[in-house]
Design a protein around this ligand. Sequence first.
Ligand SMILES: [Zn+2]
Ligand SMILES: [Zn+2]
Ligand SMILES: [Zn+2]
Ligand SMILES: [Zn+2]
Length: 705
Amino acid sequence: MSRKAKFSFKAQWNRFCILTHEFFERQMNNDFTKMEEFKAKLEAIDTVADRIRFLTEDAIFSTAIPQFVDSYLPKEGTQKPRDDSADYDSLSVARRFIESDYNDNNYNKQIENYTKAISTLSMDTAPNENRRELCRLLTKRAELFYILKRYDECLDDINELKKYSISNDLDFLEEMASFCEETKAKSCFRELKPKHFEVKSESKLLESGMSDMQLVYNDIKGRFIRSTKFIPRGTIIAAENPFVAWLRPNLYDSYCNYCLVKLNSRYFYCKDCFKVKYCSSECMQEALASYHSIECSMVDVLKDWAMGHMSLRMAIVAGIEEAIEMEREEKIALKEWVNKEFKNDYSCIHSLCGESCLHDAYFTASTIGALMLAILAARMNLVKENTEDFYILAALLYKHIAQVYLNTYTVYDHNLRNTGYYGVICSSEKRKKVGVSLYATSSLFSHSCDNNCYKYYSGSKIILVSLRPIAAKEEITVNYGTSLAQNTLQTRRNFLNQNFSFECRCSACEVNAECVAYALICPHCKAALVVNEDQSNYCINCNRQNVETKNLDHAMKCAKKAFECAEGFAARGQIEKARLLYKRMAHFYSIYYFSSVRLSPIYDFIAQCYAARNKFYKAYKYKVKTEAMIDESYGFESLEMVALYAECASFLEKAANLSMFRKKKWQKKANFYYEEAFKLLTQLLRADFNIIEENKVSILKQLKI
Ligand SMILES: [Zn+2]
Ligand SMILES: [Zn+2]
Ligand SMILES: [Zn+2]
Ligand SMILES: [Zn+2]
């Protein structure tokens, strides 16, 4: 496997499945019949706990599984023992960190040392002397941030200091804080934290969800959520913290292990394992209290077990004994949840769909995986091996594997920031996958390929926002990773079947709605030739299948070539040559793609070329052609559309200023676009949540209300 593939999100997340699957294959000597036989034997046993018991009594697995787990554990003596002795003095540890570079002029190095020292000290429940030292260090670091004009971090340190309120120099700090606030208010983008996102009024029954919705049940769909009254576009439907979250192993250094927020240089880290970092002392305390004090000595093993780690962490967060107790109790029927309070606690998480969903390829490997996790739990002294509790815990872990597999969402770093323009938020175009989270309420939203809500993330907090107006009693839906706008019918079906084991019955799939956004032109009838992910194709008009597309592929090659050359010319400032090549590219695209929407980015390039040469009317002409694409990608009711109108208006205005004869006509047209932009903007700004892509913010800001 290449280095890149090994560190891909998918490879990291599926690590545990692959690990357990390969282990099983090895034990069966890769003999397919033997594997099938074993699976059949396992399937014949009724309960998960009994299947696990069967494994522990099996001639091969009873020794191979514990051996496998033990091979992962830190070797005796290699681990630095946790030092609990009284003379272990965090103050002296902290001093060591700062003394090393105390007089260095290298500010960043100093900040790093302060950070280490502060982490060490703030883990202590603190004799007074340490507290004073901690305040001194925080003040010093705040000053450094201030000098470096990093006001966000400076303010965070000052707020941290206020918690201790024993600082000698409160006036000075207040002054520094107010300066930071003022400067921040003037700056272009302001960082938004998870706590900035809340629903306007919270539902009484569904924690973290808005009040205008309810949980309903029917026998076909099970539980789902619908609106109780009309919900406008851009409403925050839910803003929920996860029950558990998992951070990608390769991001342990750069993201908070608890809330999955990107770290700045004032992070905190665990002074026992030195392996996990947190964005704040609150996150550190929360993590320690809910799972890290138990996981601390096993971080390396757990980190490698990804999905398995998350399954075990669910039990740790719930409390092992409480979880086992709950598994013993009788379960509440799903339809009874309609009148119950649904909260972000283990009893609600426990009710999410479970073990019956794991079948085929995942069945045997997950059973083995559950036993491995239970043995690991025993090694961590969470349960006694081979007791009744042990088997219940193993069965529970099996259920967790299924829940993690089916109910979690991938967390993206949307990098949400406040633009300072009427509360409009912006996000980066590039969105990194940072981890996986399991939510209570948000797990109850069903998938639709034509979903009416979109998921954003601030750290691991999920923010569900309505994409369009939702009628009363309409089901509220999200997208599990495949959509009508992006994927063909066959691709959607395969994806949902493979990843979530269900057949989609959403409004789009019910009528076999096809996605033609990426369709080619059928050589026989010129209608849309839909291409699936597996490269098979069919024409939606003449129904021909797997049509030969050689001629079309040639057009695509020419388009690509033209694009490369155009980029080269543009980079060297030869704008007119670049423009001609972009036009060629547009020509080849129109031979290749059925949907003219694909042409839009090229029209954008051409408009830029014209604008660079002061040919503003022509620039406008091309810009306005991208309206259909904006409508398709973001919808008419979007800030992107406002930005488009604003840009058209601005091109027309510039054209009018340069023209002798068409001045009036073009100015009038410009005014028309300004009016349209304002009309749409004022309508949109009524929503709770308005978002625009980062690169369009400057255009939007030209509109002064
Ligand atoms: Zn955090
Ligand atoms: Zn630790
Ligand atoms: Zn569907
Ligand atoms: Zn055709």
